[in-house]
Design a binder for this molecule. Sequence first.
Ligand SMILES: Cc1cc2nc3c(=O)[nH]c(=O)nc-3n(C[C@H](O)[C@H](O)[C@H](O)COP(=O)(O)OP(=O)(O)OC[C@H]3O[C@@H](n4cnc5c(N)ncnc54)[C@H](O)[C@@H]3O)c2cc1C
Length: 491
Amino acid sequence: MQPVKKVVIAGGGTAGWCAAAALSKLLGTLIDITLIESEEIGIVGVGEATIPTARTFHHFLGIDERAFLKATNATYKLGIAFENWARDGDRYIHSFGEIGKSNWMAPFHHVWMAARDKGFGGDLGDYCFELRAAEEGKFFTSDTARINYAYHFDAVLYGRFLRQLSESCGAKRIEGRIRQVRQDADTGFITALELESGEVIDGDLFIDCTGFKGLLIEETLKTGFEDWSHWLPTDRALAVQTAPSGRLDPYTRAIAHGEGWRWRIPLQNRVGNGLVYASGHLTDEAARERLLSLVDGEPLTEPRLIRYRTGRRRKIWNKNCLTVGLSSGFIEPLESTSIHLFQIAVTRLIQMFPFGGITEAVSDHYNEIARREIEKVRDFVILHYKLTQRDDTGFWRERREMSVPDSLTERLEMFREHGHAWQAADDLFRVDSWVQVLLGQRLEPQSHHAIGQLMSEAQLRQALDGLKTNIARTVEAMPTHEAFLKSYLAA
Ligand SMILES: Cc1cc2nc3c(=O)[nH]c(=O)nc-3n(C[C@H](O)[C@H](O)[C@H](O)COP(=O)(O)OP(=O)(O)OC[C@H]3O[C@@H](n4cnc5c(N)ncnc54)[C@H](O)[C@@H]3O)c2cc1C
């Protein structure tokens, strides 16, 4: 057991700088932190949409929201609008909000389904404040407002912002290319990183943030990769930035097309767009043409091709190397989960930090939590594909017909037969998230909890009308997303 005093982070993409910022801000007085990055290699830099846990991460780091919004051209995000997923022309929002008022006996959607059986109740989305605000293009927050939201931001600027924070908290940055990873001959533990300049950086714990290749975790430690591309076969994305156009939507758009889907992420000064596709079904050239024909603003950059493979590293903590970010595995950005996964990975490292020395007990425990967590995210993303009713292309027909993990089959059966959805122990997604996507993808429950029958029809109508009216009134009084952002940043 060798005490851990020196942490070396390999890679300065979003993952590397998130790790450096959190460790230096929170443990910087106890440990020494060095980050090595190579400008020549560069970063992926397209992760622009987050989920609300990003705010928790910022809160831990004491990040001022206005400073962050200004530095990264960020906007607010209340959810994701899925277009054309179950059928061409369909649209639903997976919002970050709570739907209606749930009761210990059953979540709200069971009450709503009881009303729907009787022919009233309207849309489930009418009972979700964040969803209604998103639809109306509105936003408001304050120290006391109860609104659940996330951000869209410029990933390159976010890295710079976090770099500044890290360096102000004592993290050291070294520019240079790592040419060799040195290991202890007996234990296989990493002892140092050797740069092309000849400089040698030694450490006790190494964090691999070198992107898809996983220079330490895979190329050196040969940890292994569990491939999930049979469930999630998209393997390429083309990203392009466009000039702002239309309303500043407080949500991400995920629009399905014949061989995948397309994102639209509005920032203060531009829009991020990308076409995600399966290269076995669509050529790069056809994808490029399709992307450029579909974007609604003037392109500001050339489309950039990014190749990836879906799956997870078999261990994200192996010996004295922890990997976070793209080197730890990847699930396509449909539910904006990558940044969350490495922010939670770093948070967990801080909670379980092996000050006294690295043991198998700590790495095994860490790996088990991380495995369960990413598998839940994987199931949630597969759900969107499995429940499609599209049959316009081979891509979508294969998705409908594929077998899915048992863990997801169980969920689909429970919802189809009984309307039951749940948030498991390691599950990032809340009951309302599962319900919005399951219903949005047209999975209609055959039955539901009878909680709605415990009220008379008049009581049920009154309760639902009250909730709906309150939300509609609150949303009506809110400023537009654009107006709020302007006044908030000017304040
Ligand atoms: C198409 C696409 C869209 C995405 N959209 C989202 C999204 O909306 N939301 C979300 O949460 N996530 C998203 N992601 C994921 C997100 O982009 C990544 O999680 C994020 O960019 C983190 O990347 P990274 O830091 O792990 O790797 P990278 O950005 O690849 O950084 C790797 C770093 O390692 C350094 N490096 C590599 N080799 C060496 C070497 N030999 N010597 C020195 N340095 C080296 C590089 O210089 C670089 O600094 C998306 C990913 C893709 C592919």
